[in-house]
Design a protein around this ligand. Sequence first.
Ligand code: ZN
Length: 260
Amino acid sequence: MDRSRLYRIEAIVMHRSDVGEADRLLTVLARERGKLRLNAKGARKVGSRKSGHVELFVRSKMLIAKGRGDIDIVSQVETIDAYRGLREDLTRSTYAHYAVELIDAFAEEGSEQPELFDLLAEALKWIETTNNLPLTARYFELQLLTLAGFQPQVFFCAGKGEPLQEIAPDEFYGWSPASGGVLCPTHAADRSDSSRLSLNALKVLRHALRSDYTAFTALTLRETVLSEIEQVMLRYVQFVLERKVRSVEFLNLLRRENTL
Ligand SMILES: [Zn+2]
């Protein structure tokens, strides 16, 4: 084979589908090239040496051959991490789908995005091993938003930028994705899209942006605070993406069925 038609990548499989008799079409996030569509030819043949290495979420080293059309061909593949724990647990696998959907929304074709790749690799490991999936998801969302330049404002009022004053126990801050984050009670009253944000929830969001992963996910929070920060982050992420993330709906479906 002509060596000039080959290149190496480190990749994570984000989506896959079956094509033809035995091929598998992959969408991967490549550390060196962003989002990439590839054909793993023959991966579905019995005994194929590629098969286990091109499963969903698998992180691998790939040797790619340039194809004649738009889609390049996986020539060789070697697993770095299969994240087996994700496959054996429906809830973990659902969170992994969610992480991939969000990353996919920010990934670009043909541009090097090593930080995005590293965050996905790290997040899959967190989701595979954590005892605190909800806080892991919140931490991941904030890391991703920060990386993508959409970190929500939680330290100052997003209305006029003034420092936030302490509020009384029966008072609330505002949360306005369109304004970019938290609002003081005065500016919250001016915004029709503003929802309530408690002092406790605000403290948790601040903590997430100031702490490392281990310290943040070691927190023990009341169910009401957990669900509040889930809701505010969901509104924020949805605003940023300007569309519903399909796996969020899937998570809600699971929750309604009491499997979470
Ligand atoms: Zn204000």
